[in-house]
Design a protein around this ligand. Sequence first.
Ligand SMILES: Cc1cc2nc3c(=O)[nH]c(=O)nc-3n(C[C@H](O)[C@H](O)[C@H](O)COP(=O)(O)OP(=O)(O)OC[C@H]3O[C@@H](n4cnc5c(N)ncnc54)[C@H](O)[C@@H]3O)c2cc1C
Length: 378
Amino acid sequence: MDFNQTEEQSLIRSMIREFAQTEVAPKAAELDENERFPVETMQRLAELDLTGMTLPREYGGAGLDYISYAIVIEELSRACASTALILAVHTLAGIPLYQFGTEEQRKKWLPKLVNYELLGAFALTEPGAGTDAGSLQATAVLDQSEYVLNGTKTFITNGAEAGLFIVMALTEQGVGTKGISAFLVEKGTPGLSVGKHERKMGMRGSSTTELVLKNCRIPRENLLGKEGQGFKIAMAALDSGRISIAAQSVGIAQACIDESVNYAKERIQFKRPLAANQAIQWMLAEMETDVNAARLLTYEAAHLKETGAPVSNHSAMAKLFASVIAERCASKAVQIHGGYGYVKDFAVERLYRDARVLQIYEGTSEVQKMVIAGHLLR
Ligand SMILES: Cc1cc2nc3c(=O)[nH]c(=O)nc-3n(C[C@H](O)[C@H](O)[C@H](O)COP(=O)(O)OP(=O)(O)OC[C@H]3O[C@@H](n4cnc5c(N)ncnc54)[C@H](O)[C@@H]3O)c2cc1C
């Protein structure tokens, strides 16, 4: 692995950092406070060709490599984690569509995801099937030329705004995960509705909703891949998605360092800046070391994904480590800010809340350990 960034990756980093710090960061506190979806920022991301970053140019995408993708998500998360999450899940929806879709499906939907005519969402989790996603209960029954979908999905990111959902449902009972299939379901399809909106601790600029399927009829052609391939499709998507969660973690942790360094230099106690105390310096040094280690793991997983090598073990390690250090850095950042770290006037209060979910979604830390141990013990 080459530790130097390519010229293109460096250019992308400076472009996205400039955009994120000038246009995204100033809105982060307001989005969080009002639980507001960043309509205008998503439009700008589409104009910057970032809503189809990883998709090939033949479908209108930017054809960026995965390290560039990680860089974009990292820099956006450093400015506003909610915005980065929305973009990451949108991207996550396009990946299986490209990987497993027919040419007809790709041509129909990928350009719409790329130009942000449709926002993407990924609907796997159900009230009774979280970590044990393979035990999902939603059903899809073939009725002549249509599948009829029934069931409830929960915790769906972008649920309120998405125009295209990748939905996992059972086409065959009693055969475990081999009975799960994946479907493309468009907003506005009769029988599809958005249920409860979750009120969250963090990532409050992104919507998280229930998705209710009640005799929801979709054309047979909306089956993604083959019947019975749905679990494999979902897990393959999550292998890539976990790289973006690791990148979110790195971005949030980096923001904690940025805020803490500035504050430690400015805040005077005992007639000198906080930064003059070794106790504070040690916290900063530990944060910096953690972030660099997490960034390397994240880029390594992204590099492997780019080469086409198996990535599940490395994306699990990157997500496991980076999500833990994000919370650790956020906790230290609050500590360095003292009482001011606990109030909403300072960004670290939000960063601490945003960091917590990184160890939960797209597979909890316990699931990542199962994946990693599974590789060790196979
Ligand atoms: C903000 C947010 C956004 C989300 N977005 C999406 C989305 O877009 N699409 C989607 O499909 N889902 C989404 N999710 C769902 C998320 O992936 C699940 O919450 C997660 O997989 C955990 O499932 P659960 O909440 O049901 O927890 P549970 O499965 O009930 O687990 C509870 C605890 O038990 C542990 N546990 C469970 N089984 C075991 C075991 N065998 N061994 C050891 N420990 C175990 C878990 O690790 C966890 O700590 C989102 C969740 C949140 C909070």
